[in-house]
Design a protein around this ligand. Structure first.
Ligand SMILES: [Zn+2]
Ligand SMILES: [Zn+2]
Length: 277
């Protein structure tokens, strides 16, 4: 019996095979990780504007949506758990590959993945499929939407938006939004201001800080944040476990925002001095 869908035609502990089977679902989810991460990082609008033409940009900030951040972490944790189960690769092996490449590697050994399936393994398969489905729902949208906060009833609120600038940031084009669940009406700018205050206290990785601040109209790249940390101007407040025994430093968003404001003020002074000269 297939341990995942309980199809009796499959041998004990073996995922079922063939069209629409569990093996196929698993293979597709693993094969799509690169495309999914890509779509989550760069919205379709932006990709169309720049022309995708090869060279994937791993770290292009995405309009900030805390749900995407969390789901990407959980997707990556599932991929690494699946990799570890059979291969126990070295840190160097992992560091050299994107999460999409790691997923693709396991995908090429799908015959191994469909055997020896126990409850722990199934839980990771479930997590992989669930997170990739939810991420596709968030990124696979024809018009660009911007997350502006959570309603008092707990439902996420979004408004129509345009993407401008590089790194891209969302500019809302809808002044108000009515909650589809409870009918409460929210002022877009007021919600963004509240979100900005809430984000200040969060502790995020460089990529996540970049997304959050860029979303809140303060564009900054993850590379710049890392450079500040390297030069000792920005202290990390801890580490986040990204699965498979690896950690990434996290920073308080407020600390990054203050450095960014100092940096912007300096650029402004240089500009003013130039125009006087
Ligand atoms: Zn099955
Ligand atoms: Zn509501």
């Amino acid at each position: 019996m297939c341990p995942w869908c309980r199809d009796r035609r499959s041998g004990d502990g073996l995922l079922c095979q063939g069209a629409g089977s569990c093996t196929e679902r698993l293979e597709r989810a693993l094969g799509e990780v690169t495309a999914l991460v890509d779509a989550a990082m760069v919205t379709y609008t932006r990709r169309a504007r720049l022309g995708s033409g090869g060279g994937r940009r791993d770290e292009t900030p995405l309009p900030y949506d805390p749900r995407v951040t969390q789901l990407l972490r959980e997707l990556e944790a599932a991929v690494d758990a699946i990799v570890n189960r059979f291969w126990m690769p070295s840190d160097a092996w992992r560091a050299e590959r994107t999460v999409g490449q790691r997923a693709l590697f396991t995908c090429s050994h799908v015959l191994l993945l469909r055997r020896f399936v126990d409850d722990a393994q199934l839980a990771w398969y479930d997590q992989l499929l669930d997170r990739s489905e939810r991420l596709w729902q968030l990124v696979d949208r024809p018009t660009h939407r911007m997350f502006i906060g959570t309603c008092t009833c707990g439902v996420a609120q979004e408004v129509d938006a345009e993407l401008v600038g590089d790194p891209a940031r969302s500019v809302p084009t809808q002044p108000q939004v009515t909650c589809p669940s409870c009918g409460e009406t929210w002022d877009t700018q007021g919600s963004i201001d509240r979100l900005r205050e809430a984000v200040d206290d969060q502790e995020l990785t460089a990529i996540e800080c970049s997304r959050a601040l860029t979303h809140l109209q303060r564009p900054v790249t993850p590379e710049r944040i890392r450079k500040w940390a390297e030069r000792g101007r920005l202290a990390s407040v801890g580490f986040v476990d990204v699965g498979a025994g690896r950690c990434r430093p996290i920073y308080r968003v407020r600390d990054v925002r203050v450095l960014l404001e100092v940096h912007e003020a300096r650029i402004e002074r240089i500009r003013a001095a130039r125009s006087e000269a």
